[in-house]
Design a protein around this ligand. Structure first.
Ligand code: BES
Ligand code: ZN
Ligand code: ZN
Length: 479
């Protein structure tokens, strides 16, 4: 994303312009000249049923005037906050669908307006066309900020890094599973980390055996693609805090021997969204030179029903010595996370946050747009606050102590499923809790919002990169 600031309309060199409007078709600040050029626009907007309400978009030709070919009017509503602005910018960019766009949205009087406008536009411009034979190489997105003085360099830099991080996560999620086995994923994120200052360590299957990581090995046993653990670290000189991030990285979830249905598998290439998020955040934290140590653990495995696969009834020994009876091989996320959480806890970080497309139950409970948030009283408010700033929605769910017995096993320390249909997201979170020792810990179940069925404002269809911005805001909050 290239950002320049331009003084007046005559300097615009873009295909499209995004203009904010308040209800009653009142223009947001910085648009007097635009509306003067487009004298007829207010009438046309009225005829099109556009009032300026939040979420409304109308595209008019800029023809004739000294304006870009198309002007997208985006409604801001009466109460504008940073997320409203981000979404409006995204909606405008999505409607224009161009690589070269100008806007005045950064002049909406609001702290962080420039960052929000740039994030919204940058995130909405995302494409994944690797597998289209018709794909053309596209130029980098160019954004021209019209008026309002020179751009705030810090805001521009941050927005660029945020957009790149979210796009990196989306790319990894959208990639077909055949092209992102655990070791291939590791190679790709290591490539992305080059030059960022982030250190990358990959534990292959042999190392995992030596390190007693029975959970990751158990899940990976049914696949021809061996599992691995990716550890990416941003270690600033005198960190103000030490954060561990843990991501579920199932590159394909067939369910294993507890095989899913055909339709159940259709979206399961996205089951590594948590891993993609934590890797992207480590790199972004380094590029932003945040004074917080961030160590990201991506627990990678492919859950397949091959001849070596784990069976229902098998018992795994996790890194910290605790044992889990595997009753359903499709509840595999908690098994790989258990190992990675136990390892993360050994380093005694100030805070551990894991993120995972963990349960269909959480998706059922909270729908497509809201993640489940679990954890203790120290960690939960921090993550909730970061999510609020980022404009990613989370909902705090309980970890009732007396529910712990639902994962009691006849044979081992615990079992990986409860058998019934109820409280599935809680059961999974309660199992994870067994592996964080006494560390402050939060868990994000992103089974719903990790992917979107349809595009909306700055969210594209497919992988959304959910969690990247929340976790990055969390790191910034700890700085
Ligand atoms: N990866 C799935 C969860 C999932 C489902 C994510 C739908 C995104 C969309 C997870 O591994 C899984 O299969 N969970 C099972 C657990 C059950 C067997 C206890 C589920 O939720 O059905
Ligand atoms: Zn599963
Ligand atoms: Zn899964």
């Amino acid at each position: 994303m290239q950002v320049v600031s331009i003084r007046n309309l005559s300097r615009i060199d873009a295909d499209g312009l995004i203009v904010g409007m308040y209800p009653g078709r009142r223009p947001a600040p910085g648009n007097t000249a635009v509306l003067k050029e487009l004298g007829w626009a207010r009438r046309a907007l009225s005829d099109a049923g556009f009032d300026g309400d939040r979420g409304q978009v109308a595209v008019l030709p800029g023809a004739g005037a000294s304006l870009p070919a198309r002007v997208a009017f985006v409604g801001l509503g009466d109460e504008v906050d940073v997320e409203v602005l981000r979404q409006a910018a995204g909606a405008g960019q999505r409607a224009l669908d161009t690589d070269s766009v100008a806007t005045t949205l950064h002049r909406v009087p609001l702290d962080g307006a420039m960052g929000a406008a740039l994030e919204g536009i940058g995130l909405a411009a995302y494409r994944f066309d690797t597998y289209r034979s018709s794909a053309k190489k596209r130029p980098a997105l160019s954004v021209q900020l019209l008026g309002g003085g020179p751009p705030d360099e810090k805001a521009v830099k941050r927005a660029g890094i945020v957009v790149d991080a979210v796009s990196m996560a989306r790319d990894l999620v959208n990639e077909p599973s055949a092209a992102k086995g655990p070791m291939t994923f590791a190679d790709r994120v290591a490539g992305r980390a080059e030059g960022s200052g982030v250190s990358v360590e990959v534990w292959d299957a042999d190392r995992l055996r030596g390190e007693r990581m029975g959970g990751i090995l158990g899940v990976g046993a049914g696949s021809d693609q061996p599992p691995c653990l990716v550890i990416m670290a941003h270690r600033p000189r005198r960190p103000r805090a030490r954060l561990a991030l843990v991501g579920k990285g199932i590159t394909f979830d067939s369910g294993g021997l507890s095989l899913k249905t055909g339709t159940g598998m259709e979206t399961m290439k996205t089951d590594m969204s948590g891993a993609a998020a934590v890797c992207a955040v480590a790199i972004a934290a380094a590029l932003l030179e945040l004074p917080v140590e961030v160590v990201s653990y991506a627990a990678m495995a492919e859950n397949m029903p091959g001849g070596g696969a784990q069976r229902p009834g098998d018992v795994l020994t996790i890194r910290n010595g605790k044992t889990i009876e595997v009753l359903n091989t499709d509840a595999e996320g908690r098994l790989v996370l258990a190992d990675a959480l136990a390892l993360a806890a050994e380093a005694e970080p100030d805070l551990i946050v894991d993120i995972a497309t963990l349960t269909g139950a959480c998706h059922v409970a909270l729908g497509d747009k809201i993640a489940g948030l679990f954890g203790d009283d120290e960690a939960v408010p921090r993550v909730a606050a970061a999510a609020e700033t980022a404009g990613e929605r989370v909902w705090h769910l309980p970890l009732p102590a007396d529910y712990r017995s639902i994962i009691d096993s006849e044979l081992a320390d615990m079992k990986n499923t409860v058998g019934g249909r109820y409280g599935g997201a809680i059961a999974a979170a309660l199992l994870l809790k067994e592996f964080v020792a006494d560390r402050p810990w939060a868990h994000l179940d992103i089974a719903g919002p990790a992917r979107a069925e349809k595009a909306e404002h700055y969210i594209p269809r497919g992988g959304t990169g959910f969690g990247v911005r929340t976790l990055l805001d969390l790191v910034e909050g700890l700085s």
